[in-house]
Design a protein around this ligand. Structure first.
Ligand code: DSN
Length: 412
């Protein structure tokens, strides 16, 4: 394991910051749905000498010498990812989720083309057509929504919009949506209007790889994912597609969007994919979902409103206005007791994005630490107690102590 002895000797200022963050991650709880803890092996792989190397191009076709060993590493990452997802073609070079999505659009669309994507405040991602994002600036996005009453995507509505708008691409797969996605229905609608299908499975990739959630890969033309959320790898991304789109996807990633790939991250992706192929990872994914279901039902017992009234995956969006609070207020209260969460909009949110109505909770990170339903029940009770006693400093400090004790029992 890395002991950071050189960093400590050479740059004490940065070393101290690293140490403080390590302590924070050990002594506090991460309930941010997009975060996780990588294994020590993944961490070590990221800190290898591959960071010193340029390898523009692809295995066997590089624009720099000395890449024979790198080719082996990148090919291994691709091979393992193919086993995990059963995809025909995989590009493991995208640096992160938004650049991966930019490459997908570049591969399939021309600027100004019409695309159908889920609205951000309904659970979509910035890169699915929000006006402040490159996607909304370069492409003509039309947005669909979740049903106001059920909090779920109404496929009949999606079909109506698709028939009216005739988009060139339909985007499914979200950042704050807690239900299974009807991939096959999306494909049928896309076929009716002659659109490409693009799934962004950044959030659920680990749950899909382990077979715990449905996969878009048999149906969709192209699928992107980050590698660091439920998939529990290093910060990065990849794109999977049908073989017939392989060339255009590869060209869009390099030289279209990126230069030199980050091969130290690619080797760490290979290590994470190797871990995800093990039977223990399936158990992990099952437990992530079981923990999330318990978390949702405990919140409901305490009187919180959850969008769509529950979850099928690793996350849920809780409407904090059901307790008279905004999302940012809640985020700040939970910070005081050593729990990190991310504020979130709710569908048709009347409140501004800086203090929206909701908070998104997720279980990937606490499940990696080994927490199960029993601990999840305690956590929700403590969150509720903190919210009900938000101005009582002593009570908040005692809750923080309890959280810290739990964290020290479940060290990562
Ligand atoms: N920012 C990520 C999330 O938290 O969901 C998505 O890119």
């Amino acid at each position: 394991m890395l002991n950071y002895e050189n960093l400590a000797k050479q740059d004490k200022e940065i070393f101290d910051i690293v140490k403080r963050e390590m302590t924070r991650q050990t002594e506090e709880l991460e309930l941010i749905a997009s975060e996780n803890y990588v294994s020590k092996a993944v961490l070590e792989a990221m800190a290898t000498v591959f960071t010193n190397k340029y390898s523009e191009g692809y295995p066997g076709h590089r624009y720099y010498g000395g890449n024979q060993i790198i080719d082996e590493a990148e090919n291994l990452a691709i091979e393992r990812a193919k086993k995990l997802f059963q995809a025909e073609h995989i590009n493991v070079q995208p640096l992160s989720g938004s650049p991966a999505n930019a490459a997908v659009y570049m591969a399939f669309l021309k600027p100004g083309d019409k695309v159908l994507g889920l609205k951000l405040d309904h659970g979509g991602h910035l890169s699915h057509g929000h006006p402040v994002n490159f996607s909304g600036m370069l492409y003509d996005f039309v947005q669909y929504e979740v049903d106001q009453n059920t909090g779920r995507i109404d496929m009949e509505k999606v079909r109506e919009i698709a028939l009216k708008e005739k988009p060139k691409m339909i985007v499914a797969g979200y950042s704050a949506y807690s239900r299974e996605i009807e991939w096959q229905k999306f494909k049928e609608i896309a076929d009716e209007v002659g659109a490409f299908t693009f799934a962004d499975i950044a959030h659920t990739a680990g749950l899909i790889a382990s077979g715990e959630m449905d996969s878009p890969i048999p149906f969709f033309d192209v699928v992107s994912t980050t590698t660091h959320k439920t998939l529990r790898g290093p910060r990065g991304a990849m794109i999977m597609c049908k073989e017939k789109f392989a060339k255009q996807v590869d060209r869009a990633v390099f030289p279209g969007m990126q230069g030199g790939p980050h091969e130290h991250i690619i080797v760490a992706k290979a290590v994470a994919f190797g871990e995800a192929l093990q039977p223990e990872f399936k158990q992990y994914a099952k437990q992530v979902i079981a923990n999330a279901k318990t978390m949702a039902s405990e919140f409901i017992k305490f009187g919180y409103r959850i969008i769509s009234n529950g979850t099928d995956n690793h996350l849920m969006v809780v409407d904090m206005t059901s307790k008279g609070l905004g999302g940012r207020d809640c985020e700040q209260i939970l910070d005081k007791i050593g729990i990190s969460v991310s504020r979130s909009t709710i569908p048709n949110d009347p409140n501004p994005p800086m203090n929206p109505s909701g908070v998104r909770f997720g279980t990937p990170a606490i499940t990696t630490r080994g927490l199960k339903q029993e601990e999840v029940k305690i956590i929700v009770a403590l969150i509720n107690k903190a919210i009900e006693n938000k101005d009582e400093i002593n009570i908040l400090e005692n809750i923080k102590k309890e959280i810290k004790e739990m964290c020290l029992k479940f060290r990562n």
